[in-house]
Ligand binder design. Structure first.
Ligand SMILES: [Zn+2]
Ligand SMILES: [Zn+2]
Length: 237
């Protein structure tokens, strides 16, 4: 899953150039002012046939074995794409290349995947620890959530919860240690009695971070928590 930085920086530069030219940022064909041309947008890897609870691919739209064996704290998950090329490179370009226009493109894709989005009262981006936020300058999840909130007409609260522990990056840890690493990583600032919340993030990997966040929200009274993520990795990645 790790992607070397050099091609990403090149992609970042190319995205910067193509944004000015209003061409597709993947193939440089005319895109009619959009970030991607129709052909490239159509070919983005979908995450269809996934587990409705954790969005793990290949579950044939039925709840997967892992969710049945150990139900997570969240109630549902929806991923616009699977984490494969070129979605992986686009996400990295948003996160590390600061290409914020991509947040709008991801929000549109998520809105299409979610459909009516009925049954959600509040959109909440997965919080970034203040130290990471200072380092990066923005929270990519908050950028996507902001665009999605505008598109869906659902309120967003980016300050409802905080990341109180600057946990080791999940990707640096063995699979089985990821849940323990996340324990008590979040704190919720207010009561959420009866609220149905959609948590927005860029990539869902093991789901350990989102599970701990859902646990925190439910402890504060949330009635339902679902995850809206841009991309879902396959298990074991
Ligand atoms: Zn294209
Ligand atoms: Zn599942």
């Amino acid at each position: 899953m790790s992607i070397s930085l050099r091609p990403l920086l090149r992609l970042g530069t190319r995205i910067g150039q193509t944004l000015l030219a209003q061409d597709c940022l993947l193939c440089q064909a005319a895109s009619g002012g959009g970030l991607l041309c129709e052909a490239c947008a159509r070919e983005l890897p979908s995450n269809a046939s996934a587990c409705p609870r954790c969005a793990a691919p290949g579950a044939g739209n039925a709840e997967c074995g892992a969710c049945i064996a150990a139900p997570p704290h969240f109630d549902a998950s929806c991923a616009a794409f699977s984490y494969a090329y070129p979605v992986d490179a686009l996400i990295q370009a948003l996160k590390y290349g600061g290409q914020l226009a991509l947040a709008g493109l991801f929000a549109q894709a998520l809105q299409r995947r979610i459909g009516g989005a009925g049954g959600v009262d509040l959109i909440v981006p997965l919080p970034l620890h203040p130290a990471r936020l200072a380092e990066r300058g923005f929270n990519q999840a908050a950028e996507i959530a902001k665009a999605l909130s505008r598109l869906c007409g659902i309120a967003m609260d980016a300050h409802l919860a905080q990341r109180v522990r600057n946990t080791a990056a999940q990707t640096e840890l063995p699979w089985r240690e990821r849940a323990a690493n996340m324990r008590h990583a979040f704190a919720c600032a207010r009561g959420l009695a009866g609220l149905r919340i959609a948590v927005v993030d860029d990539v869902m990997t093991t789901g350990a971070t989102l599970d701990e966040f859902a646990r925190t929200l439910k402890q504060s009274g949330a009635a339902r928590v679902e995850n809206w993520v841009v991309a879902r990795t396959a298990r074991g990645v």
